[in-house]
Design a protein. Structure first.
Length: 264
């Protein structure tokens, strides 16, 4: 029998699959998106009809058997258009451990005149992250909700600038002392790593503790990422205070981040 949860707070994510979708829901509204992140879940919209149909072919039996629930009230949208994920373990970066390589730190000190900022180009960063990537999971509907959450103060971006040109960035949603990074991009080598390092520094000053990388990769590990059991990650989200200090919004020189360098 199909299992339907009325909201994300009713989903028992700790009992869900470790390496597959934990739910399906067509709701990409700002409120639905924020509730999902607070539950430790993030969306992966189907890029096209083929991907949507593939979701249905692969996972329909598990949905019918109640092993993958549907979230939300009976809705007009197609739930297989958006899968929702909460991997176990979860790749995270403790803000105190985020660092740059020695070689990149050396470039920041000696060769690069980059600066960093907060929330000066949120939608530009989101669209640069989308670019021409395949699959195109950053759909227009998702972007619209992210922009609205940015306007409401829940979603943030860090920008990396070179002579007035945007050359890197990262964006995501803040849930108390946890910041879930949705995506990053670079147009100069190392710029996305500088963006993450800058985010970690600003977030730490505002009382933040953890950057959630969502998906594991060598890039994440190189920045200081570790794997955290999903149960530990979700419990941290549940106990984090919703109210927190604002991050420093000043435009700052990127070379200040060179002190976070570690031997590589």
């Amino acid at each position: 029998m199909v299992t339907r949860c009325r909201g994300w707070d009713a989903l028992d994510v700790l009992e869900a699959a470790a390496d597959g979708p934990v739910a399906f829901s067509a709701d990409l509204s700002p409120a639905g998106l924020l509730a999902a992140y607070r539950a430790g879940v993030y969306p992966f919209p189907a890029a096209d009809e083929y991907t949507r149909a593939l979701n249905e072919v692969v996972f329909a039996d598990q949905v019918q058997e109640g092993r993958i629930p549907l979230v939300g009230e009976q809705e007009p949208g197609d739930p297989f258009a958006v899968s929702w994920w909460s991997p176990d373990p979860r790749p995270v970066l403790p803000v105190s451990a985020a660092h740059l390589s020695r070689s990149l730190a050396r470039r920041l000190r000696n060769a690069l005149s980059w600066s960093t900022s907060l929330d000066q180009g949120f939608e530009r960063v989101v669209r640069a992250c989308r670019g021409d990537r395949v699959p195109l999971w950053l759909t227009e509907e998702l972007i619209a909700s992210l922009v609205r959450l940015h306007e409401l103060g829940h979603a943030h971006s860090v920008e990396v600038w070179e002579d007035g040109h945007l050359v890197g960035g990262v964006f995501g949603l803040r849930v108390g002392s946890v910041f879930s990074m949705d995506s990053m991009f670079f147009q100069r080598p190392g710029a996305s790593k500088v963006a993450v390092s800058d985010l970690a520094a600003r977030f730490a000053q505002a009382g933040g503790e953890l950057l959630d990388a969502q998906r594991d990769s060598p890039h994440v590990r190189d920045l200081g990422g570790i794997l955290m059991p999903r149960e530990q990650y979700v419990r941290r989200l549940r106990r984090t205070a919703p109210d927190s200090l604002p991050m420093d919004a000043a435009t700052l020189p990127a070379h200040r981040l060179a002190r976070t360098a570690r031997a590589r």
